[in-house]
Design a protein around this ligand. Structure first.
Ligand code: SAH
Length: 385
């Protein structure tokens, strides 16, 4: 077994429960392992810190899969997948969430009888056939698609790729998310085809929209808007900049017989919010679920200004009793920074807000507190009082 030996003190992150070893933390690599191979991790005194998969092309040179002394063979992956499946229920959900399921680099989503996987690391990429075998063994899906068209693959020295790995499927299907129908294209839509991470929040926020006048900014395929409509909103206006996304949202509204109370507008939400603010428009519920405004630490200040601007305009449109559901999916904006930006907006809008509920990613995207990166979706449900 090849061994990676850490520099003194560089075992701290692993001991605290994280699973990454950075290249700068390594004192020595013994044996002659190839990229993707299993390695044992030892601290500078020689004590074992578990086993992981090696990729010398990545800044994260090893991702630990186990703290125990056990081989990372097919049986190991079978047990890990079994544990991940046991934690989930339903036939439309995230089955495997990478580090949060102790399977770094592997994402698997189930959409009825189609499974979509992402292989985000070299170690997982090399084991794709084995993973397919196991997924077929457990789930007997009609098809398994791959959506490894994630830019982060480049950090692992891997090209972007997508397509059918097993079975016949063009990716077009209709899924049912808590009673709302969505037409999806699993080979072309964002990420693995659908934002399953918001499914719980669709329901939570939607339930509060009965009889209300709702504005859903950055709606994509109509997620929040359709749940609001389904819950009996008086009217829902939804804004989305991408024309194909608006066309799909419209189709989804038709699928759910919701065209009577939902309208979609293809526009820049920043502009619309500015116009509505100037026109002193009022809503009962405003939803802000923008794309990430920053992918790097350097842009955090700009991103915070962006969050402040949209939240300020939204809060100005809300009378007492009005609700703001506001989100950030940026890794670099933690819950405290996000709260500060929104509170800053509330102060400028001269609104007092009550925290109704903190919102996060759906439970099938579990959070490991020892691995902060597993928590990425932060939301606030606020009431103007
Ligand atoms: N709320 C959605 C997900 C939003 S993802 C859901 O739950 O499914 C962010 C969306 O914002 C994308 O669809 C993107 O096309 C859109 N978008 C990005 N910039 C925008 C802008 N300036 N104005 C309106 N929409 C924008």
């Amino acid at each position: 077994m090849s061994t990676i030996i850490l520099k003194p003190g560089k075992d701290r992150r692993l001991r605290a429960g994280h699973s990454w070893v950075y290249v700068g933390e390594v004192a020595d690599l013994t044996g002659d392992p190839k990229d993707g191979d299993e390695v044992e991790i030892r601290d500078h005194r020689g004590r074992s810190q578990g086993r992981g998969l090696l990729n010398t092309q990545s800044q994260i040179i090893v991702r630990r899969f186990t703290t125990q002394d056990e081989p990372l063979d097919e049986n190991f992956f079978r047990r890990r997948l079994q544990a991940a499946f046991a934690y989930r229920q339903g036939d439309t959900c995230r089955l495997v969430f990478s580090e949060a399921d102790q399977l770094p680099g592997l994402i698997a989503d189930r959409f009825g009888d189609v499974v979509v996987i992402q292989a985000l690391t070299l170690g997982i990429d090399q084991r794709k056939q084995m993973i397919l075998r196991l997924l077929r063994e457990f789930l007997q899906p009609r098809a398994i698609l791959e959506r490894s068209d994630a830019p982060s693959r480049r950090l692992e020295g891997l090209p972007e790729t997508k397509g059918a790995l097993y079975g016949e499927a063009n990716g077009l299907t209709t899924i049912n998310v808590h009673g709302v129908q969505f037409a999806v294209n699993l080979l072309d839509d964002q990420k693995t085809g659908f934002f399953l991470d918001q499914a719980e929040n669709y329901r939570l926020v939607g339930e509060r929209c009965a009889g209300k006048k709702v504005l859903d900014c950055f709606t994509y395929h109509g997620g929040f808007a359709l749940f609001a409509a389904q819950a009996g909103a008086a009217s829902v206006e939804a804004i989305e900049i991408s024309a194909p996304a608006v066309a799909r949202a419209q189709r989804n509204a038709e699928l759910n017989n919701a065209t009577g109370n939902v309208t979609f507008q293809c526009a820049n939400a920043f502009d619309v919010l500015k116009q509505y603010d100037a026109a002193k428009r009022q809503f009962d519920v405003v939803i802000l679920d923008p794309p990430t405004f920053t992918r790097t630490k350097q842009n955090v200040e700009d991103a915070l200004r962006g969050y402040k601007e949209i939240n300020l305009r939204a809060l100005k449109m809300l009378p007492p009793g009005g609700l703001l559901a506001t989100f950030t999916c940026s890794h670099h904006i933690g819950p405290d920074l996000f709260m500060d930006a929104v509170l800053d907006a509330a102060a400028d809008a001269r609104k007092t807000v009550r925290l109704v509920q903190r919102l996060t990613q759906a439970p099938d995207h579990p959070i490991l507190p020892a691995i902060p990166e597993t928590e990425y979706l932060k939301g606030l449900l606020l009431e103007v009082i």
